[in-house]
Design a binder for this molecule. Structure first.
Ligand code: C5P
Length: 228
C-alpha cells in the first residue's frame, strides 16, 4: 500500500491538453491524453490528499474521490487552476497548455470560398505556471494560505535536458520540474513514462521507464518531503 503522507493536503492537478477556438467548430489542440495527470490525481487520492483535477479535453473517466473541473481552453484552465489554488498546498501543472491562441475567435463558422483562406493570427497565452511562481515570490512572508507551498511543472525536452530543464525551473519559479524524455516512443497516449525530476536546491531524481503511477508516486515522495 501507499503511505497516507498527503492526508489533509489540498492538491490541484491540471491534466490533458487545451483547445484554442478558431470558430465555433474548429480549434488548435495538442496530443496530450491526460494519462499522466490522471495518474497523479489517483495516486494523490490514495495517499490521502483532497484533490481537484482540472481536466482539459480528457477522454477518461473521473478518478474516484477527486473533484473534477472540466475545461477546454487555456483561459478556462487558468481560471479554474487559479480559483482552486487559492487555498491549496500543492499545484501540479501536468496539462499541455497551448502557448498561443488565435488572436480573434470567429463568431460564425469560417466558410470555404474560392478565395485564398485568411491566415490565422496567433497571440501568446499567459503562462499559468510562471504566474503561480510569481504570485508566491511576491507574497509577503507569512501571508499564508494565499499561495500554494509547493509548485510542480512539467516539461518535454529533447536535448540538453538538464541545462534546459534547470533554466526552465528557475524561470518558472517552481519547486519541481518533471522533464519527460520525448522522442523514444514515450509520453503521449502511452501508459509508461520516463523522466528526470529537477529539484530546486537539490539533486535531480531519475525515474526509469515504467507505469505513469510510478512517476506520480516519485513526484509525491518529493512533494511530501518539501511539505514536511
Ligand atoms: O514552457 P513550457 O510550455 O515548456 O512549460 C511547460 C509547463 O508550463 C507545464 O507544467 C505546463 O502545464 C505549464 N504551462 C502553463 N501555461 C502555459 C504554458 C505552459 O502553465 N501557457
Amino acid at each position: 500500500g501507499r503511505p497516507r503522507d498527503l492526508a489533509g493536503r489540498k492538491i490541484v492537478v491540471s491534466a490533458g491538453g487545451t483547445r484554442e477556438p478558431i470558430d465555433p467548430v474548429r480549434y488548435i489542440g495538442n496530443r496530450s491524453s491526460g494519462l499522466q495527470g490522471y495518474a497523479l490525481a489517483r495516486t494523490a487520492v490514495a495517499r490521502g490528499a483532497e484533490v481537484t483535477l482540472v481536466a482539459a479535453n480528457v477522454a477518461l473517466p473521473d478518478p474516484a474521490g477527486a473533484t473534477v473541473v472540466r475545461v477546454e481552453s487555456a483561459a478556462q484552465l487558468r481560471e479554474a487552476v487559479l480559483a482552486a489554488s487559492g487555498d491549496a498546498d500543492v499545484v501540479v501543472m501536468a496539462a499541455a497548455v497551448a502557448d498561443f491562441r488565435p488572436a480573434a475567435r470567429h463568431e460564425a463558422k469560417i466558410k470555404k470560398t474560392d478565395a485564398e483562406p485568411e491566415p490565422i493570427r496567433l497571440t501568446k497565452n499567459p503562462d499559468i505556471l510562471a504566474e503561480l511562481g510569481e504570485r508566491r515570490r511576491e507574497a509577503p512572508d507569512g501571508a499564508g494560505g494565499a499561495c500554494p507551498h509547493v509548485i510542480v511543472g512539467f516539461a518535454a525536452e529533447t536535448h540538453d535536458v538538464l541545462a534546459n530543464g534547470q533554466a526552465k525551473l528557475a524561470r518558472k519559479g517552481c519547486d519541481l520540474l518533471v522533464v519527460n524524455r520525448v522522442g523514444e516512443g514515450l509520453a503521449f497516449g502511452t501508459p509508461d513514462n520516463a523522466a528526470t525530476v529537477l529539484v530546486a536546491g537539490g539533486e535531480p531524481v531519475e525515474v526509469p521507464l515504467g507505469p505513469k503511477e510510478d512517476l506520480a508516486d516519485a513526484v509525491w515522495d518529493l512533494v511530501a518531503t518539501r511539505l514536511a
